[in-house]
Structure formats: structure tokens, C-alpha cells
Design a protein around this ligand. Structure first.
Ligand SMILES: Nc1ncnc2c1ncn2[C@@H]1O[C@H](COP(=O)(O)OP(=O)(O)OP(=O)(O)O)[C@@H](O)[C@H]1O
Ligand SMILES: [Mg+2]
Length: 480
């Protein structure tokens, strides 16, 4: 069934970012309906499935839209490997009112849902238990827990409260949880998205973007082809480039698909006017998302050929014509990686530290060099630690890559390379170009979890409190 209709797209809130949109599919309806029934009937549920299947997103969606805030208290706790059972207890206790002697719960007349995300992440202790899971088991089994702060340790009964949880399938840091806790839950398994849901999700997002952005019909009509081509690459890369011990990070999932599509939405209608430009932007985003992860030229060449292939079908264009400007040896063909490297999009044409930074195609190599050099000069003028960098082609390309990620909501970069390849300095430069502050922790002689937490608090005050965009730069030498 296709739920993507015009009405739904019109309902997306104005000014939302594509990353946050949830498109109605069979899955959202199905799982949302079930979760709502579970909660209304006080049945604990546990959503289990591979990463990126929307477990978190759907539960949050139900909690946010189906439960009126005057009737429901919602406590969301995300578990990590380092979650401590005392923290869990404190976070939950903090939200409760006293009902009567030794009885606690949400305000009178309300019910509480505790949503535990990534339930099976906590590290196992010496004897194989997961203390945060055990404390929740006590809550469910015994209906409460002991007060740690009072030295008589009275039992705190917790009333009108239920638990819902989500977790990934065991493996890679996630473990099996104890059956004595699992038995309390109604388990719902999530399967990976089928191709139809996936295309319908991303078609709707693109359609919405092209409509609200006022794009020309030439561009807006391509949404089906963009999604089809991304799907083709996504399927091929999963089939052909498998993770091996040397390439453990060759794992691709829905999030990568979504990044390509969201990357397409970075360009506005001034930058995207023709079908060929759309194709070039799409090829660029695919190379950034999939291509930048590849570790050798053989795989990169595979990527180039996959893009060529997708250009032929579903786009139905002539690769060598569309990418003509990349043909540096003028033999009428773009066939080497060196030529293809020239495909660049970025916001570097905009002046240093301007807040509004349109994403544009970079065709003019000389102008690119000028802009980058100019940014470097400006950086050195304003910075108290000037850097004498020579911006050769590779450095500029990396600068654009970092800048691109900084501008994305929830964008994080893991820069891998040999020492001295400019990972830190280029990040600093890219951050300043985007008018971001750079935050780094300083490892002193005594640096423990306490100091780390203080540093993170300071960072949070800067970004969340004052609202200063900041890149948090963390290097391998800082990890003990
Ligand atoms: N129907 C949908 N429409 C739009 N985006 C969706 C839809 N379903 C899932 N997504 C997107 O998929 C991404 C992954 O979802 P989510 O974070 O909920 O996965 P998860 O199952 O919790 O994964 P993990 O096990 O890694 O925590 C999110 O960015 C979410 O917005
Ligand atoms: Mg999740």
C-alpha cells in the first residue's frame, strides 16, 4: 500500500529539517498502533531489531503524539555501555512526586511511561550481570526499589508506572539481556525496511523539499530517479563491498541512504536549476557518503563505475556529457579517479564566517583556490594561533568535506589518516569558515571521568545554553 500522498506532505510542519521527518509507511502505522495499544493496556513491550529500523523514532513518535502531556509523564533514558545503575535510579526518582508514605509516582491523576532506549548496551560486570537492567527488573518484579540516600534505606514503592524498551540485536557491544527481565515484556521484532517503504519514505521527503523550496519542474520531476538510483547503489554496495577484517566499516544501512537524500536537500533552487546539476549533486553526495569510506583505489573505481551505471539507468543520461567539465585530459571520457575527484560541491564561495552559506557546485578550480587561500588568510588574522598551511588540492577537498558535514544537522566526522595529514588544522579552518567555535578538552596530569564530565558540561553550556555553534574536536592522542 502506498501511503505517500499529497495530503501527507502538506502536513509536514513548516521549517522542519528533512532529517526529522517521519513519513507514514505500513511500518509506522503498524508499530505505532501496537505501541499505543500496549501503553493504554499497561502491557510492557520491547522492540528488538537491527540498527536503523526506526525503533527509537517510532516509540518517540507515539510518546510525543499519542499521550497528552497533562495525563502522561514520560521519562526517556538512553542506555550506553557506561550507564550506572545508580544514575538510572536517580534519573527516574527525580521525576516522581511523593504520593503517600513510601509511595512515589507521577503527579496524582497521571500515569508514567519510562522509555528505555538501547536496553542491552550496559557493560556486563564481572559476574555477567548488567546492573542497570537489574535495577529495572527490581522495579518491575517488586514494584520499586530502596532509597539509597536515606540511611535506613526504606523501600520506595513506585506506582502508576510502566516500562517500554527498545534494543538492537545482540552483537557489537550489545549483549543478550537476562531472561528474568526479558520475560516481562511483549517482544516485537523489527525487520529491515523493504525496498518499497524505503523508496516511499525518501520520495516523500524529496517531493516535500522540492515543493516547499520552489524548484523548477525540471528538477522536481527527478525525485523518483534520484531515489531509484540511490537504491541501486545502496543495494550494489551491500552486495559487492562486504565487510572483511581489513574493511570492518563497510557496513551500510538506512542511515547512509538517508544521508544521500538529505544531502540533496542542502542545495537551494538557485544552485539546482537543471537536471544535469541534480545528477552531479547526486553523484557528489554518493561519493561523499559511500565513496569517502572506501579504503583503496580498486573500491573507489568500483564506486565510479556504479555511478556511471546509475547515470545510464535510471537517470538515462550520458555520463561523459554530464560530467564533461571533469575531463582534464580532454579525451572525451571521465574514466580515472583523478578526474572524478574534481566533482565538488560546497559552500566555500561564500565569504569567511558568513552565517548563510548556500551549497553550490564548484566548477572553477582557480576560484576555489582563491577562496580557500583567502579563508586561510582571514583565519590567521582572527586566530591567536595562526597556521601556515599550504592548501593544495587534497587539503582543499578535505576542507570541503569537513565543511559539508559541519553544516548537516547531527553531522559527525571521523577523520582517519596518518599523522600530519591536517586532520586537526583543517577542522579548525573549516569550523571558522562556518563561524563555529572549536572546543577541545585539555588533558592535564590528572584527568579522570570527573574532569571529563566537567568539560562536557562546559561544552553543553556553550552550545545548548548560549547557542553557539561549536565543533567538538577530539583526537586519538587524548584517549587513554
Ligand atoms: N518512516 C520513516 N520516515 C522517515 N524517516 C524514518 C522512518 N523510519 C525511520 N526513519 C529514520 O531512520 C533513522 C533510524 O531510526 P532510529 O534511530 O529510530 O533507528 P533505531 O532502530 O533506533 O536504530 P538503533 O538500533 O541504531 O538505535 C532515523 O533517522 C529515522 O528518522
Ligand atoms: Mg535507537
Amino acid at each position: 500500500m502506498d501511503f505517500t500522498n499529497k495530503e501527507e506532505i502538506d502536513q509536514f510542519p513548516k521549517g522542519s529539517v528533512p532529517q526529522e521527518l517521519i513519513v507514514t509507511t505500513v511500518d509506522t502505522i503498524r508499530y505505532g498502533y501496537m505501541q499505543e495499544l500496549f501503553i493504554m493496556n499497561n502491557i510492557r513491550s520491547l522492540f528488538v531489531g537491527p540498527t536503523g529500523t526506526g525503533k527509537t523514532a517510532y516509540i518517540q513518535n507515539v510518546l510525543a503524539t499519542k499521550l497528552p502531556a497533562d495525563k502522561w509523564l514520560i521519562i526517556e533514558v538512553g542506555f550506553s555501555a557506561q550507564t550506572h545503575c545508580n544514575n538510572v535510579q536517580d534519573i527516574i526518582d527525580m521525576k516522581f512526586d511523593k504520593r503517600r508514605k513510601d509511595h512515589f509516582g507521577p503527579r496524582f491523576g497521571m500515569r508514567c511511561v519510562i522509555f528505555i532506549d538501547d536496553l542491552n548496551m550496559p557493560k556486563k560486570e564481572t559476574y555477567g550481570a548488567q546492573p542497570p537492567v537489574e535495577i529495572l527488573r527490581q522495579l518491575v518484579d517488586q514494584g520499586g526499589w530502596y532509597d539509597r540516600k536515606d540511611n535506613k534505606h526504606p523501600f520506595r514503592n513506585i506506582v502508576d508506572t510502566m516500562v517500554v524498551a527498545a534494543m538492537g540485536t545482540p552483537g557489537g557491544g550489545r549483549s543478550f539481556i537476562t531472561p528474568r527481565f526479558q520475560r516481562h515484556f511483549n517482544i516485537v521484532a523489527f525487520a529491515n525496511f523493504d525496498d518499497n517503504s524505503m523508496s516511499s519514505i525518501f520520495r516523500s521527503i524529496l517531493k516535500w523539499h522540492f515543493r516547499t523550496g520552489g524548484f523548477s519542474p525540471d528538477v522536481a520531476g527527478l525525485e523518483q530517479k534520484i531515489v531509484g538510483a540511490t537504491m541501486k547503489i545502496y543495494q550494489q554496495i551491500q552486495a559487492d563491498l562486504k565487510p572483511t577484517p581489513l574493511k570492518t566499516h563497510y557496513t551500510f544501512n538506512l542511515r547512509d541512504f538517508s544521508k544521500v537524500v538529505c544531502g540533496m536537500t542542502r542545495a537551494d533552487k538557485k544552485a539546482l536549476t537543471t537536471g544535469d546539476q541534480v545528477l552531479r549533486l547526486w553523484a557528489h553526495e554518493c561519493t561523499r557518503i559511500f565513496g569517502d569510506r572506501l579504503i583503496n583505489n580498486e573500491d573507489r573505481l568500483w564506486m565510479l563505475n556504479a555511478i556511471k551505471d546509475a547515470t545510464r539507468a535510471p537517470f538515462g543520461s550520458q555520463f561523459d556529457m554530464v560530467f564533461k567539465h571533469l575531463d582534464t585530459d580532454k579525451n572525451g571520457k571521465v574514466e580515472t579517479l583523478d578526474e572524478f575527484r574534481g566533482l565538488l560541491w560546497g559552500d566555500i564561495y561564500t565569504a569567511f564566517a558568513m552565517p548563510d552559506r548556500p551549497y553550490e557546485e564548484i566548477m572553477d578550480k582557480d576560484k576555489l583556490q582563491l577562496c580557500a587561500d583567502d579563508a586561510m588568510v582571514q583565519y590567521n588574522n582572527v586566530s591567536d594561533k595562526p597556521m601556515p598551511l599550504v592548501l593544495f588540492n587534497f587539503a582543499i577537498e578535505h576542507l570541503l568535506r569537513i565543511g559539508r558535514i559541519l553544516q548537516q544537522p547531527g553531522g559527525h566526522a571521523l577523520l582517519v589518516g596518518v599523522g600530519g595529514s591536517g586532520r586537526q588544522s583543517l577542522t579548525r579552518l573549516a569550523s571558522k569558515i562556518a563561524d563555529f567555535d572549536v572546543f577541545q578538552v585539555e588533558i592535564k596530569k590528572i584527568y579522570r571521568t570527573f574532569e571529563w564530565r566537567e568539560d562536557i558540561k562546559e561544552l553543553m553550556r556553550q552550545v545548548g545554553g548560549k547557542g553557539n555553534p561549536t565543533s567538538f574536536l577530539f583526537t586519538d592522542t587524548q584517549i587513554k
